[in-house]
Design a protein around this ligand. Structure first.
Ligand SMILES: C[S@@+](CC[C@H](N)C(=O)[O-])C[C@H]1O[C@@H](n2cnc3c(N)ncnc32)[C@H](O)[C@@H]1O
Length: 256
């Protein structure tokens, strides 16, 4: 493989996650490289994973390399053709279209992608190739998971808050889960009465980040569709590298 091309995509590409490669790394919006070790993900030895909203595949890579997973199917709404990969209010569509086309680094790095036989800026496929990982990408939606069969583990990271219909999404995760499902909610809703354990959801009024969910709300939605033994794996904060402020998260696990 062309080392120069790999390095250029790592160093000059647009990345959601920080990914280390030899002595260099990507300029990700979020750097989970050390934090991920503290998130209490369980062993996934020999299990197959459905990584819903997989983006660049950082978590699939981690599950395969460090949690013992056998293979991962990464599913994402993003087609890497400049179309918007989130549900947004019609009013904000134009702004999001511009944002998406700016994020697409294919034109800038076309020669590098082509030299690796990659035909769009899909970083999941880039990581699969560069790190020789047992993972596959499929374009799709959390609302149509039935097309992709059952998986031992379903993982849905930082997606729920962007969905108009989180309840249907969790129901679909349940139907696709063989053993357990892990949901990481970003911008988790922390309220001052959290000791009362009330399941709360706050509507944000934003164009594509619809709700802030409390972890209790996610747990109740999971319980209502049938998940059992639901627990918080970790509450944490992660810095958004570009702006320097921290975003609260909550990771919840539920079993079949
Ligand atoms: C904020 S990123 C999260 C990336 C990664 N899962 C993580 O935990 O850091 C959300 C991803 O979900 C994808 N997405 C948005 N709507 C989706 C949908 N309806 N079905 C599947 N993926 C979706 C986006 O394209 C994006 O890659």
């Amino acid at each position: 493989m062309n080392e120069e091309s790999i390095k250029k995509i790592i160093e000059k590409g647009t990345w959601y996650h920080t990914v280390s490669y030899k002595n260099t790394k990507t300029k990700g919006t979020f750097d989970y490289t050390s934090l991920v070790q503290d998130l209490n993900f369980p062993s996934m030895k020999g299990l197959n994973i459905l990584d819903v909203g997989c983006s660049d595949g950082f978590f699939s890579k981690y599950f395969l390399e460090e949690r013992g997973a056998e293979r991962s199917l990464g599913l994402d709404f993003n087609n890497y053709d400049d179309s918007i990969a989130f549900e947004v209010l019609g009013k904000f569509e134009k702004d999001y279209m511009e944002k998406y086309s700016e994020m697409n680094d294919y034109k800038k790095l076309e020669d590098e992608y082509k030299s690796l036989e990659l035909h769009n800026s899909n970083k999941f496929n880039f990581l699969k190739k560069v790190f020789n990982l047992n993972m596959e990408f499929v374009n799709g939606s959390i609302y149509e998971l039935e097309k992709h069969g059952m998986h031992d583990v379903t993982f849905c990271g930082s997606l729920l808050e962007h969905l108009r219909d989180p309840i249907t999404a969790i129901e679909n995760l349940y139907s696709s889960t063989g053993k357990f499902c892990i949901i990481d909610i970003s911008n988790s809703y922390k309220n001052y009465l959290s000791f009362l354990n009330i399941p709360l959801i706050k509507y944000t009024g934003a164009g594509g980040n619809f709700y802030h969910h409390s972890s209790n709300a996610v747990k109740l939605m999971m319980e209502a569709v049938g998940f059992k033994n639901i627990k918080t794996l970790k509450n944490y904060k992660i810095k958004i590298q570009k702006y320097g402020y921290y975003i609260p998260h909550s990771i919840v696990i539920g079993y079949k």
